[in-house]
Design a protein around this ligand. Structure first.
Ligand code: KG4
Ligand code: ZN
Length: 340
């Protein structure tokens, strides 16, 4: 049996996990930085990088302790080297390389966005490829044609904001706490989803596998302040108005996400859809996907909620690369952008 240590530091979670080559998760630890970024209503890259430096070694120690193994028993180290915030990525990558040198073991690269889809493979316990892979997170809204566990072709993504980013920005406009997704979703439960007729970009164009949420965000802003105005300072909303805005916004995002997922299934001919990323924890999105997949005979895999937001367990995708002999030199770079 081979055992790997996986590291994750792409954005604002510092995480480590110990996984075996039969995809058994022996131990995992995640340190969230939400409380550090809350007062800025979003992730501040410099603060994130510094917090990763402080947390990476304690998080590795905790994951090893939970797994009941020592560093000396680890056979390889995997680390997310793309995409993400440059300063954050560097912390995980430098830690991984240093441990590889010290322990004389190989280094494996993890594509963080691909790993979000692989969370579905872990949860399923069986092969889920080929499929349409869909990552809906704070930084990405991307559809992939996944031929097998390691070959993912990008079909399309957002041309402006990611879906999670839109949730976070709308939460900020409504003075709801960061991260905005869970807060907006909770407020939406008491709201009327038809109260506001917000735009749904590209939903009627099946050939366009792209997303745009900036127009929706602006529509929410004008619904709060009145057309053409940007100043929130004079606006006081009732709890009912906030709930209606959240519900109508959430419904518009979910409609766009579900429509495009099905356009991707149509285009590729796949009958299996695998969804991951922070926004995949959204209850309304999960329900809407399940309903439409049941109605059309599509096999649906959504990552369990604890594996939707950033974690190192999904870095188990590195086991696939290890089995294919795909190791990296110690000169391995980071890539802040998404590699196709
Ligand atoms: O995957 P993730 O942890 O980080 C990135 O790789 O970006 O996703 C974080 C994003 C945040 O924008 C957060 O607001 C959103 O996921 N999110 C949600 C929910 N839970 C987290 N969005 C909508 N509904 C949720 N329940
Ligand atoms: Zn992520």
């Amino acid at each position: 049996m081979k055992t790997i240590l996986t590291l994750e530091s792409t954005c604002d979670e510092t995480a480590a996990a110990i996984v075996t080559d039969s995809l058994e998760v022996l131990g995992s630890a995640v340190a969230s930085q939400d409380e550090l970024h809350r007062r800025f209503n979003g992730v501040v890259p410099e603060i994130a990088a510094r917090a990763h430096v402080e947390r990476i070694l304690p998080v590795i120690d905790l994951a090893l302790e939970r797994a009941g193994v020592t560093l000396q028993s680890i056979d390889a180290i995997a680390v997310a080297n793309c995409p993400g915030l440059a300063g954050s990525l560097l912390v995980g990558v430098v830690a991984a390389k240093t441990l590889c040198v010290a322990l004389e073991i190989p280094l494996i690269a993890v594509n963080h966005v691909h790993a979000h889809i692989y969370a579905c493979r872990l949860a399923a316990g069986f092969d889920i490829f080929p499929c349409v892979g869909f990552v809906v997170s704070g930084g990405h809204t991307s559809l992939f044609d996944c031929q097998n566990a390691t070959e993912y072709d990008l079909l399309g993504g957002t041309i402006d904001d990611a879906a999670g980013e839109a949730f976070d920005k709308v939460a900020s406009m409504l003075s709801l706490p960061y991260p905005g997704g869970p807060a907006v979703s909770m407020a939406a439960m008491n709201g009327d989803r038809t109260a506001f007729d917000f735009p749904r970009s590209f939903v009627r164009d099946p050939d366009r596998l792209q997303f745009s949420f900036s127009g929706l965000k602006t529509a929410v802003r004008y619904a709060i302040t009145g057309p053409g105005r940007v100043d929130f300072s004079q606006v006081e909303l009732s709890a009912e108005q906030v709930a209606d805005l959240c519900a109508s916004f959430e419904e518009a995002v979910v409609d766009c996400l579900v429509a495009k997922a099905f356009h991707a299934l149509q285009k590729t001919g796949h009958k299996r859809l695998c969804v991951g990323g922070g926004v995949a924890a959204n209850q309304r999105f999960r329900e809407a996907l399940s309903l439409q997949c049941d109605a059309t005979g599509v096999e649906l895999h959504i990552a369990p909620t604890e594996l939707c937001t950033d974690n190192a367990v999904m870095g188990a995708i590195a086991i696939e690369r290890m089995k294919a002999g795909k190791f990296e030199p110690l000169s391995m770079p980071i890539h802040a952008g998404l590699i196709r």
